[in-house]
Ligand binder design. Structure first.
Ligand SMILES: [Zn+2]
Length: 95
């Protein structure tokens, strides 16, 4: 696993503040513009910008994801729903 620092930012869906990304599929990959980003707290789907900030994905973008990406998002949502930890957004603050 490789962790890449990103600009501190707040998930537009849940308010969780994050400043890092870890690959989910390709070992030791770094995020690049256009890659899919999932919020660790709420699994909101975003897209990396050129500066590695994340913007919300559009419905059209989500609909166009390949089957493997859609499956991964579904698995992440199931895993998050069953995770023993609470709402991470309470630990955050302002980006
Ligand atoms: Zn979130």
């Amino acid at each position: 696993m490789r962790t890449t620092r990103t600009p501190p930012q707040m998930c537009p869906s849940c308010g969780y503040v994050f400043d890092a990304a870890t690959e989910a599929i390709e070992a030791k990959a770094k995020p690049k513009p256009g890659d899919v980003a999932l919020c660790l707290n709420c699994i909101n789907v975003g897209i990396y910008n050129a500066d590695l900030s994340v913007r919300p994905a559009t419905e059209a973008e989500i609909a166009a994801f390949d089957a493997g990406t859609k499956k991964l998002i579904g698995q992440a949502r199931i895993a998050r729903a069953s995770a023993p930890f609470g709402n991470l957004a309470r630990r955050g603050g302002r980006a």
